[in-house]
Write a protein that binds this ligand. Structure first.
Ligand code: GTP
Ligand code: MG
Length: 451
């Protein structure tokens, strides 16, 4: 899976751990940064301006007492990249009005239908009542596609496979959604037109917007479009003023960074990003959080948000606290595995924890298969209370190792592997604690400077 600006994490690591002079390290980092941005299809002029600015700040600014120039430099890079992706804003995603009508528009295949379902899922998990309407009369199978997704996430759906009139379908749909007392009505539209012409498509968008008066027109852009995103967003904007933007398929293209930067130039706000084909692969776009994750500074907030959908606040707090304070034992791992099986791949979740992405040598190490997780659950269930709290005991006494393996129907190697994992996690957790303290200090220093 490609991830945008994925090369930057390596560059940060190189910068932080390198042994050359500060000036040389800055030069080398900026070269890496340029290469990465160009590879991601960020406009050349933007790349050049950005490097000049970072270099200037790196050589002029003095870190506050107690901080190294290296730490300060990462802070500068972080801030400038946040600016590149639209600045320090957090989109307002919870509508103030009920019902709230969102209309999705975009070019053929950009991901509108998938995004419609993802957004409905997102709001449903936030205790709102979304409904989906399909108005695409051109794409064969569009009706079935959205209907099936709606059934999967159990939200009301309206469509009419026999009709050729999108406005009529939408109006019928709206009245059905009002009957169903939905809070958020999401309307999916066609991506192609009778003759596959852009003009026709834009005219249809315009007509739909006039007749339906949506509260928000959401424009879905495929990340692989790169810097061309700017022209396309502007073209759509002139047909129906765009309220917000969704960048889809960020997982599938290195050019996503270029697309986001291009949109940022237009001052339109990106609200969501799509990061995979599955319904739950959607997140609210927050540039600060996004860049922190890319640079390997982690994304605690993103993690909390994801966890919050599945657990009580007390349960979440406990796990995160354990992770960040070095208090890891087998019970933590058990709780994590159970949770991860509901939340998606471990590697995705670990990336959100501050510092994880830098500390872990490769994704392979955290790629736990479901089978292995089940094994580990069985192993942990065969441990005594004493062993749960002090997994080190298991290594020291062979009889414990054998007893646990027998009890769980696994091998002693399986048990050893889990203990190894625990030790690694414990180590990382202690590093996280240190890193968190540093980040906190940085943040405080920075705020006290009034920037
Ligand atoms: N990897 C990945 N694939 C996605 C994402 N969003 C959508 N897709 C895939 O992109 C393809 C097109 O998605 P659709 O939702 O049908 O796109 P659309 O804009 O509705 O297409 P038309 O209605 O034909 O214009 C499908 O195969 C989706 O599974 C994403 O965030 N990541
Ligand atoms: Mg579609």
């Amino acid at each position: 899976m490609s991830e945008i600006f994925s090369g930057l994490r390596e560059a940060v690591k190189k910068f932080v751990t390198g042994s050359t002079s500060y000036e040389k390290a800055v030069e080398a980092f900026i070269r890496d940064l340029q290469r990465e941005l160009i590879r991601s299809d960020v406009n050349v002029k933007i790349v050049s301006d950005l490097s000049t600015k970072i270099k200037k700040r790196a050589l002029e600014e003095k870190p506050p007492p107690g901080l190294s120039r290296h730490d300060w430099f990462i802070k500068i890079v972080y801030e400038e990249l946040v600016q590149l992706l639209g600045g320090d804003y957090e989109p307002d995603v919870i509508p103030k009005k009920k019902p709230y009508i969102i209309m999705l528009v975009g070019l053929q295949g950009s991901g509108k239908t998938t995004t419609a379902a993802k957004i409905a899922w997102y709001y449903k998990n936030r205790k709102l009542k979304p409904g989906l309407i399909e108005t695409d009369t051109y794409r064969p199978g569009a009706y079935d596609q959205l209907k099936q997704l709606a059934e999967k996430i159990k939200v009301p759906f309206y469509g009419d496979a026999a009709s050729k009139d999108p406005v009529d379908i939408a109006l019928q749909g709206l009245s059905k959604m009002l009957e169903e007392k939905t809070d958020i009505i999401i309307i999916d539209t066609a991506g192609r037109h009778g003759y596959g012409e852009e003009e026709g498509l834009l005219a249809e968008m315009k007509l739909l917007a006039e007749k339906l008066k949506p509260d928000e027109v959401m424009f879905v852009l495929d990340a692989s479009i790169g810097q061309k995103a700017k022209d396309i967003a502007e073209k759509f904007h002139s047909a129906t003023p765009i309220g917000s933007i969704v960048i889809s398929k960020l997982d599938g293209s290195a050019k996503g960074g270029g697309a986001i930067a291009a949109v940022a130039v237009t001052k339109a706000k990106i609200k969501f990003v799509g990061t995979g084909e599955k319904i739950e692969d959607i997140e609210v776009f927050k540039p600060k959080r996004f860049i922190a994750r890319i640079l390997g500074l982690g994304d605690l907030e993103g993690l909390l948000e994801r966890v919050s959908m599945y657990q009580t606040p007390e349960e979440q707090k406990k796990i995160i606290e354990d992770m960040l304070t070095g208090k890891i034992d087998m019970k933590t791992i058990y709780a994590q595995i159970r949770q991860v099986r509901r939340m998606g791949p471990l590697s995705k979740i670990l990336k959100m924890i501050p510092g994880f992405s830098l500390q872990l040598p490769g994704e392979e190490q955290v790629k736990l298969t479901e089978k292995k997780m089940d094994k580990w659950i069985a192993i942990i269930q065969s441990m005594t209370y004493e062993e749960l709290e002090k997994p080190e005991l298991i290594e020291k006494e062979k009889t414990r190792l054998r007893r646990i393996a027998m009890g769980s129907g696994t091998t002693t190697d399986d048990v050893k592997e889990l203990v190894e994992y625990y030790k690694q996690l414990k180590k990382i957790s202690l590093q996280l604690k240190r890193r968190k303290d540093i980040l906190k200090r940085l943040e405080e220093q920075f705020q006290s400077m009034g920037s």
